[in-house]
Design a protein around this ligand. Structure first.
Ligand code: NA7
Length: 501
């Protein structure tokens, strides 16, 4: 295993910015494969902060003695398939080279951070950093003049936390978000005891739902019920912890424009109630996309931050940022001075982590080139012309509660490698027809879903990256149960849909 960081944890190793926290229930977020692990681990909070999740992942690495197989500080820069050996030549940044029969990529969905393309970024004389690269050493925020650029899930968490200590905070917002309350809380001993006793049911429920969360879609349509019932249901969801308002809502809010407009109005009403200045409230209400059509950031007092006298919201659609200066940020109508600039500007999502490795398959074909107009995969795990490469959480896999999905993806890939090894097969490849059929199915499964009409990292948009300005279907939207069913069928039929040799 090659790992760029100096420790385990991936997302939870890197993203140590203030307020970094999981929006999945912690007790659905751990590994399910070891009863002993489930038995001994005590989650402290219903939604674990970065330190707790990082501690958990270190515990897992220690418990299963994983570190002896991991080479830290090892960035893979290239991986080339060689037909002569039916293996991969893996090259590292420091010049080391390794060869392997199978190449498993577990390089993350959101692991290639991107800085904004704003002139002058490198000229700023104060402290600045992308949230992904937040330093391990404490950053002194008290009494500082701080800027945050970006208001995605990361920006929302960062803003809420830093607003507690900074001297003055200025938020530069391009697109407001439909945030909803997280309602986090400590887990009591009694609750943890119940959780432990219920792990089989909890994981079984996650298997049944669309996104592997404990929240299952309500079978009713929004307009099937009376306005009073609808309102009461939404009040209930808004008051409950986690993604219920997104994943456990009426079945049609993410497909039907009228239903979506109604839930959007409901959440807009909440923003208006929570933000005192009506002008600021309007700026915080999304106008160009409906509720849930982008990843819903869960928050813990985000909107109230804008009631603080030391917090200013700058809508950069009105007054665009012209440049970063040595002392701060210049917009079209003002010049701001800062001690610290925080870039919460997101990631080159899903394919970005692949694009930055020179991955070459049969006859030197480049993966980046192959995916130029959008990924093509078989089950999000295999790619034709790239034999013996298996992707854990590659493009076209389902997203959602990631550990649940990643565990399945890892198991399926392991099953296939075992199958090959047991039969002396040395070459596994998706067929071109298989990859085309899966890619077509992935695209078809997103038809009619409102998210597909909106710019976001989930539709492959990142204006800070060359060529990532056209919407593409990057993930499977048919839901995890359907995904697993398809994967199971392929395995049960002896992987005959693959090209095995
Ligand atoms: P996101 O959700 O992609 O958010 C990035 C934010 O940064 C978003 O508000 C962007 O505005 C903004 N952005 C990006 N580039 C610029 C420039 N050049 N100028 C101004 N603002 C900019 O990333 P996150 O890290 O918050 O979240 C990613 C996922 O990680 C999240 O969904 C969780 O699943 C975990 P835009 O909306 O594009 O107008």
């Amino acid at each position: 295993m090659f790992e760029t960081g100096t420790g385990v944890g991936g997302t939870w190793y890197w993203n140590r910015y203030p307020g970094a926290r999981s929006d999945s229930e912690s007790w659905t977020y751990g590994y399910s494969f070891s009863e002993e692990l489930l038995e001994e681990w005590e989650w402290e909070e219903h939604f674990a902060g970065q330190p707790e999740t990082e501690r958990y992942l270190n515990h897992v690495a220690d418990k299963f003695d994983l570190r002896r197989d991991i080479q830290f500080k090892s960035r893979v820069t290239a991986a080339h398939y060689l037909e002569e050996t039916r293996g991969w030549d893996v090259m590292l940044e420091d010049g080391r080279r390794y060869s392997t029969r199978f190449l498993v990529t577990a390089i993350g969905v959101l692991s290639a951070p991107t800085m904004p393309r704003i002139p002058g970024v490198e000229t700023f004389q104060g402290q600045s950093c992308h949230t992904h690269y937040w330093p391990k050493e404490p950053v002194r925020l008290r009494d500082k003049r701080v800027a945050v650029i970006g208001t995605g899930a990361t920006g929302v968490q960062t803003i809420t936390e830093v607003a507690k200590t900074v001297g003055h905070l200025t938020v530069f917002q391009r697109t407001p978000q439909w945030c909803a309350p997280l309602h986090n809380g400590k887990i009591s001993e009694e609750e943890m005891r119940k959780i432990r006793a219920n792990y089989p049911e909890i994981f079984a429920r996650c298997q049944e739902t669309y996104g592997c969360f404990i929240h299952a879609t309500d079978p009713r349509a929004a307009l099937e019920v009376t306005p009073e019932e609808r309102e009461a249901f939404w009040e209930k969801l808004y008051a409950e912890p986690g993604f219920g308002i997104w994943m456990g809502n009426f079945r049609d809010i993410l497909v039907d424009r009228t239903a979506n407009a109604l839930i959007s109005d409901f959440v807009a009403g909440k923003i208006r109630e929570r933000v005192k200045d009506p002008v600021v409230a309007e700026k915080l209400i999304p106008k160009n996309h409906g509720f849930g059509t982008r990843r819903v950031p869960l928050e813990s007092g985000y909107f109230e931050v804008y009631n603080q006298p030391n917090v200013k919201l700058v809508d950069i659609t009105e007054t665009p940022i012209e440049r970063i200066t040595p002392t701060g940020i210049k917009t079209s109508n003002s010049e701001y001075e800062f001690d610290i600039i925080i870039y919460a500007t997101g990631f080159d999502a899903i394919t970005g982590s692949f694009d930055r490795i020179d991955i070459r398959g049969v006859d030197g074909a480049s993966l980046k080139e192959k995916w130029k107009d959008g990924p093509q995969t078989f089950l999000g795990i295999l790619v034709d012309d790239f034999p013996n490469m298996l992707m854990v959480m590659g493009p076209h896999a389902g997203l959602g509660n990631l550990p649940r999905a990643a565990e399945y993806s890892a198991d399926w890939a392991t099953g296939l490698i075992r199958f090959a090894r047991d039969r002396g097969l040395t070459r596994i490849e998706a067929t071109a027809a298989g990859a085309t059929a899966w890619t077509d199915h992935v695209i078809a499964s997103s038809q009619g879903l409102l998210f597909a009409e909106v710019d976001s990292w989930m539709t492959g948009i990142n204006r800070n990256v060359e060529g990532k300005n056209v919407r593409r279907i990057m993930r499977y939207s048919g839901g995890h149960p359907a995904f697993r069913e398809r994967c199971e069928a392929v395995a049960a039929a002896g992987y005959r849909e693959l090209w095995l040799a």
